[in-house]
Design a protein around this ligand. Structure first.
Ligand SMILES: N[C@@H](CCC(=O)N[C@@H](CS)C(=O)NCC(=O)O)C(=O)O
Length: 227
């Protein structure tokens, strides 16, 4: 494929953009990358994603695709033989989509709530939500549809590993910034996350924890200053 064919509009600290970058890395696809300033978005981004005006947007030739989950599915369906991301079985595909919605609708909002918490009561409520979410994931890994697997994608990373793994990498950063100690309460989740983070493609794509922590500290400082 011609390198000029794929162009990704992103922001380096966006988990949604990192989902796409990791999928492209696992697929072995080259692409041009445009770093957006989200405080002053380019005319190109506004034209390519007029509905949400957000990153990521993937441009394939002259076709823009927005929304990270839709982009991941597009990449997987366009290059199905390179490192398949979605399972073949419909029941398993449904489970993957279910937990991707869980990540977007419950996991990420609970992390943002911790970063935005302005007093101890808000912080405790947000930490409680994160704990509840982790308990659900822990149960899923131990007893649910994906039990007994090394990764959600079995022996190799799959669609759900990408989404939950990147988000969980940010969760680590959030717990450090907010000084939340999760202790040893989620052993299956913790060992899955460790294996995910040890994969060479993940290490190449994800910013180091320190960099994420600095970014999240800055984000929290700005939010609290506006309150
Ligand atoms: N549901 C979208 C969420 C994308 C998103 O929230 N992107 C953020 C960066 S993390 C963004 O572009 N924010 C800019 C804005 O809200 O104006 C997806 O999965 O792609």
């Amino acid at each position: 494929m011609d390198r000029g064919e794929l162009k990704l509009y992103g922001a380096w600290a966006s988990p949604y953009v990192l989902h796409v970058r990791l999928a492209l890395k696992l697929k072995g696809l080259d692409y041009d990358y445009v770093e957006e300033n989200l405080a002053n978005k380019s005319a190109a981004l506004l034209r390519l994603n007029p509905v949400h005006r957000k990153v990521p947007v993937l441009l394939h030739g002259d076709r823009p695709i927005a929304e990270s989950a839709a982009i991941l599915e597009y990449i997987d369906e366009t290059w199905p033989r390179r490192f398949p991301l979605m399972p073949a079985d419909p029941r398993e595909r449904a489970a993957v989509r279910f937990w991707c919605h869980f990540a977007a609708d419950k996991m990420i909002p609970s992390l943002i709530a911790i970063l935005r918490s302005a007093d101890e009561a808000q912080r405790a409520a947000a930490v409680g939500e994160v704990r509840e979410n982790l308990e659900l994931l822990e149960d899923e890994l131990r007893e649910g549809f994906f039990r007994g697997r090394r990764f959600f994608g079995c022996e190799k990373l799959g669609f759900l590993d990408i989404v939950l793994g990147v988000d969980a990498h940010f969760l680590r950063g959030v717990t450090e910034v907010a000084e939340v100690d999760l202790g040893e309460d989620f052993p299956s989740f913790t060992s899955w996350l460790r294996e995910f983070e040890a994969q060479p493609e993940v290490q190449e794509v994800l910013p180091p924890s320190d960099t994420i922590v600095d970014f999240l500290r800055g984000y929290r400082r700005r939010i609290l200053a506006q309150a």
